[in-house]
Design a protein around this ligand. Sequence first.
Ligand code: ADP
Ligand code: MG
Length: 319
Amino acid sequence: MSEFDLIARYFVRPAHPKNRATLGIGDDCALLTPHAGMQLAISSDMLVEGRHFFAGADPYQLGHKSLAVNLSDLAAMGAEPVAFSLALSLPGADEAWLEQFSQGLFALADAHDCELIGGDTTKGPLNICITIYGQIPIGAALRRDAAQAGDDIWVSGTLGDARLALGALYQEYPLDADVLAAAAPRLHAPQPRIALGLALRGIAHAALDVSDGLIGDLGHILKKSDVGATLNVDALPAGPMLQGQALDLQRRFTLAGGDDYELCFTAPVSRRNAVLGAALAADTPVTRIGSIEAASGLRLLDGDGQPLDMHITSFDHFA
Ligand code: ADP
Ligand code: MG
């Protein structure tokens, strides 16, 4: 199979009425025409075998996850998905693998009306890089630098089940097979919070998606917004499987698990009902977990309001 056969067979699809690219796959560039009054939101994420996923990972889930982590970045800005490009490095043209990978990729793409408009295909170690394009009304993006002292801090969904599954797969600890089976989809097939991101436009001040662990990711908001915060550690929503584990593990994995792909956002206290309304409209639970303060630094409190001294850091590829 030639490079062009491969692209034509697995990645070129019939024109769809919802497609928004002016020109899609097949020329030197794709052409996108943003709607009037809209800004483009652009983000890239690369998944490297042995680094972001295990060798031999299920190709359907890998297709899903490659796009999910990119969609999650759009969600975090309050952007509506439009299109994406796919740069693939493949050890070979494995047809069974490509079939499953493209199915997982397109199932999620179609769920969000996000069109594949181009990419690049080369031979090499398995490596998947997606660049995604979304649109946002000019000035409406939920930026990391927009948190204000007095804001509530919220998080969507639950935290820590992806990390719980990862630790079991790395044999850090034993985990019952049924617990691992229930937690593993959070690691392998995250669900980007697009509907919530859109619903929070005009309500939330700052937002980001939690990919490297809540503490570190929230730290980015604090730094960019030049504020501090207090977090109620025991208010953090632990994943259903993590809830069955020891308190110390619950605290560590909700605070600094990673791979959660939930949204962490801040909003004025006066907008609490609006936040809850947005969560309901987006069919996505949210939990209030702390508050933004003028004094810099991050303070952790337990369920009794007592300071917690935990030495926890988020994931860093080069640390
Ligand atoms: P060029 O050499 O002009 O950069 P290529 O030969 O690499 O173009 O690709 C031909 C066309 O196929 C381009 O439109 C490109 O965007 C598209 N393409 C290449 N690889 C992929 C892929 N993995 N998924 C989707 N489109 C792809
Ligand atoms: Mg060219």
